[in-house]
Design a protein around this ligand. Sequence first.
Ligand SMILES: Cc1cc2nc3c(=O)[nH]c(=O)nc-3n(C[C@H](O)[C@H](O)[C@H](O)COP(=O)(O)OP(=O)(O)OC[C@H]3O[C@@H](n4cnc5c(N)ncnc54)[C@H](O)[C@@H]3O)c2cc1C
Length: 364
Amino acid sequence: METEILIIGGGVSGLYAAYCLEQAGIDYQLCESRDRLGGRIYGERYPDSDSGSYFDYGPSWVWPDFQPQIAQLLTELGLTTFEQYLDGDMLFEEAVGNEVKRLSDSSAMQGSYRITGGTQALINALASCIPMQRIHLSSPVTHLIQQENSITIRCANEQAATIKSQRCIISMPPRLIARTLSFTPPLSDKLTDQFIRTATWMAGHAKVIALYESPFWRHDGLSGDGFSHRGPLTEIHDASPAVDGPYALFGFVGYPPKARKMMGEEELLDAVQQQLERMYGPEAATPLKLSVKDWSTDPYTATNDDLLPPLRHPEYGLPNMAVDQWSNKVYFAGTEMADQHGGYIEGAFIAVNTVLEKILYDPA
Ligand SMILES: Cc1cc2nc3c(=O)[nH]c(=O)nc-3n(C[C@H](O)[C@H](O)[C@H](O)COP(=O)(O)OP(=O)(O)OC[C@H]3O[C@@H](n4cnc5c(N)ncnc54)[C@H](O)[C@@H]3O)c2cc1C
């Protein structure tokens, strides 16, 4: 198969690149390693059905007041947002003892918005604008080989085994590029090292979702926000749909990836259930569903380097050292390549826009 531009990675950045190329009438194909689109954006419905809101195991929030790209794209796609549920007190649990404090001053999440239907709705809306014959699922790219006027891409999938393209947009986290793709000729050592040093945002994290028939915490004057020094969850928020149920709380697990692995999922979820009951009362003990997504064990998001997550938000952006022999042939456009909002969904759009400007004004 031959194409003008091959997009590698079908997360929000790769999908947005496809959406823009589709609109510009430029020929492209997209290879995605997983059997689904969305990458770090992943949600499930309850019960598993064709309607209703998604419960997101990846991102929950967008900030359209100061993220203009997402604000514009949501309007274009006909998607709406609603404010994170904030009404009521928040809870705080100390590291030791059973006391749970109620704090009435403010919510930590003021100004945060959620996409109606879940963040997964953004992926579905983008995907619906792209002809399916341009998308190759379950197609992990393994090797990029440069020829005189083209690039041959090897893929671990029979149907898309080799694709020839003039250029590639690589919409993957830098660490995955360095650790899992091979290039002939190779990328410079300097660039590879820089990619390995660039932490994949949230790759070392795990998110728990607890679904309930009723939003009993709201009835109790609680916003759902909870913070704990005891754990396993360190930060908890309301994750219910804009309207109707099931209602939900979600939380980030505070134990590091290695500790989670040693503990195992069942023991972890038992401890989470006990914590929810401790903090939110007896009704929290009987969720309709309690589940966890541990991103650190997902090979299409995390590498071993992500087992020690960064303590604060890293500085992101495409390294100045460009791509030597691969200049004008490969372009890097995952969120970690954005010099503003890097790591966030907004960063994915910024990274893609930067690359598309280069492609459109820099003919091959
Ligand atoms: C738990 C969690 C919470 C978050 N919360 C927020 C939030 O509230 N707000 C926010 O803005 N952001 C948040 N984020 C970050 C947000 O999810 C990312 O910024 C965004 O999804 C990155 O998109 P991307 O397309 O750049 O990368 P990815 O989503 O990682 O996409 C990369 C794609 O490449 C594919 N791939 C990997 N290897 C190959 C290969 N060899 N060949 C082909 N394809 C390959 C992957 O399967 C994946 O689909 C959160 C992330 C997580 C995990």
